[in-house]
Design a protein around this ligand. Structure first.
Ligand SMILES: Nc1ncnc2c1ncn2[C@@H]1O[C@H](COP(=O)(O)OP(=O)(O)OP(=O)(O)O)[C@@H](O)[C@H]1O
Length: 419
């Protein structure tokens, strides 16, 4: 049995086959797994511009870390430093304890045991699917029979059987993406780097492929460092999320922790809390609230440092999906919002988050509808407060412009920050 096959045979390593699909220690990093990648205070300048301002993180064997952040925050730069495509000008990068990059030296990319899947797949257009996948094995001077066996196994694993003689331009985007993954896993790298691997696919394929990749990597026990700008892709894949902003780490924690308590206003907005209302902090029984134009909203302080004092200016961030009518609240005893119910990570995050805050009452917010659109299963509106601050809302029933709506926001979904 080959190494790849041995890894995916659940009975070989796992008493129950579905254990092989379990996330890395249920979404929390396991300090028991050996350290694979150790990035220490890494800095990178392009001319005078500092793209990375001292980034430190660790990745353990078998772990999937997704790097998430807005365009230009330094995600690809970080990946390129790990791949060996660029050199840091400060700090160091260690792989399995061996220094592979620092300002004073670099191990060349092909000697790192790291493979990368690029956004545009970077397949050789003149080579067949078989030869594309076999390329890395030929470089390793493996004998022909062993190469054939390994490539056939990878074709099987990635559901590419029958396509081995085609050239990449004769494949769909999804098939090309699978060839790129097959080519990357066939040499059994110590670490797999993925740079926006799904961004060229349409929405349906993206949803399918992110789940397929997560299942495949976990079954094979492959360690993955994955860059994306799509939070849903990161949630679907990651054991831990690394949220970056302006060349630095904003938050590094499990997807649940990041979703539940984004560490900054920017992280909140990146993770779907697109609505923003300013106000003044007040104390309420059991916690802290923000007095906004739309109403008094008890919530959770998610920023850094001590909780703000009453009278300080603050900002509320919330997801449109989390607002409920009285009737919806009554119908849902757990008060878990609709986005969470369609997203297991979010559902777990909120059911866990609900208990410590259940004594804090939900806030009530009043808006006037400006414009409403039908979205199939629900209606979305642009609405404003009396003072004209705008927010996006979701509704189970139709709304009309000019209509006043009063909605409640559970305290655990009201994310509070200093202004
Ligand atoms: N070769 C380069 N020369 C000069 N500036 C660069 C170079 N490569 C990247 N940058 C700048 O460094 C910053 C970080 O770039 P990087 O590509 O790492 O961002 P990113 O988070 O991956 O963005 P995106 O999601 O748009 O790909 C950006 O401001 C970018 O313009």
């Amino acid at each position: 049995m080959s190494a790849l096959n041995e890894k995916i045979n659940p009975e070989a390593h796992h008493p129950a086959s579905n254990e092989a699909l379990e996330p890395f220690n249920g979404g929390e990093p396991s300090s028991a797994a050996p350290l694979l990648l150790d990035i220490r205070d890494v800095k990178k300048h392009y001319g005078k511009f500092q793209a990375l301002k001292g980034v430190s993180l660790d990745l353990r064997e078998g772990e999937i870390i997704s790097v998430l952040g807005p365009s230009g925050c330094g995600k690809s730069t970080l990946l390129q430093l790990v791949a060996g495509l660029a050199k840091p000008d400060g700090g160091e990068i260690l792989l399995s304890g061996r220094r592979i990059a620092s300002a004073s030296g670099m191990v060349p990319p092909e000697k790192r045991g790291v493979n990368m899947v690029f956004q545009d797949y970077a397949l050789w257009p003149h080579m067949s699917v078989f030869d594309n996948i076999a390329y890395g094995l030929k470089q390793k001077k493996m004998d022909r029979a062993a190469i054939r066996a390994k490539v056939e196994e990878a074709l099987d694993l990635l559901r590419l059987n029958g396509l081995q003689d085609r050239l990449p331009p004769q494949l769909s985007g999804g098939q090309q993406q699978r060839v790129a993954i097959a080519r990357a896993i066939v040499t059994e790298p110590r670490l797999m780097l993925l740079d926006e691997p799904l961004s060229n696919l349409d929405m349906r394929l993206r949803i399918e492929m992110r789940t397929e990749m997560a299942v495949l990597f976990r079954r094979l026990g492959i360690s993955v460092f994955h860059v994306t700008h799509d939070p849903e892709e990161a949630f679907a894949m990651a054991d831990r999320l690394l949220i970056m902003r302006e060349g630095a780490i904003d938050q590094f924690a499990s997807p649940k922790a990041c979703f539940r308590r984004p560490a900054s206003r920017e992280a909140a907005s990146l993770l779907g809390a697109i609505n923003r209302l300013e106000g003044t902090f007040e104390s309420v029984p059991g916690g802290l609230a923000l007095r906004t134009d739309a109403g008094l909203v008890p919530g959770i302080y998610c920023g850094s440092g001590e909780a703000p004092q009453p009278g300080e200016r603050g900002e509320l961030r919330f997801r449109p999906e989390e607002l409920k009518t009285e009737a919806e609240l009554a119908a849902s005893s757990s008060h878990v919002h609709s986005f969470a119910s369609s997203n297991p990570t979010a559902a777990n995050a909120f059911s866990e988050a609900a208990s410590p805050h259940s004594s804090v009452p939900a806030g009530t917010l009043t808006f006037r509808i400006v414009y409403g659109t039908f979205e199939g299963a629900r209606w979305r509106s642009l609405a404003e407060t009396r003072a004209g601050d705008r927010a996006y809302l979701l509704h189970a029933s139709p709304v009309t412009p000019g209509q006043e709506v009063t909605l409640t926001l559970p305290a655990q979904a009201a994310l509070l920050y200093r202004a």
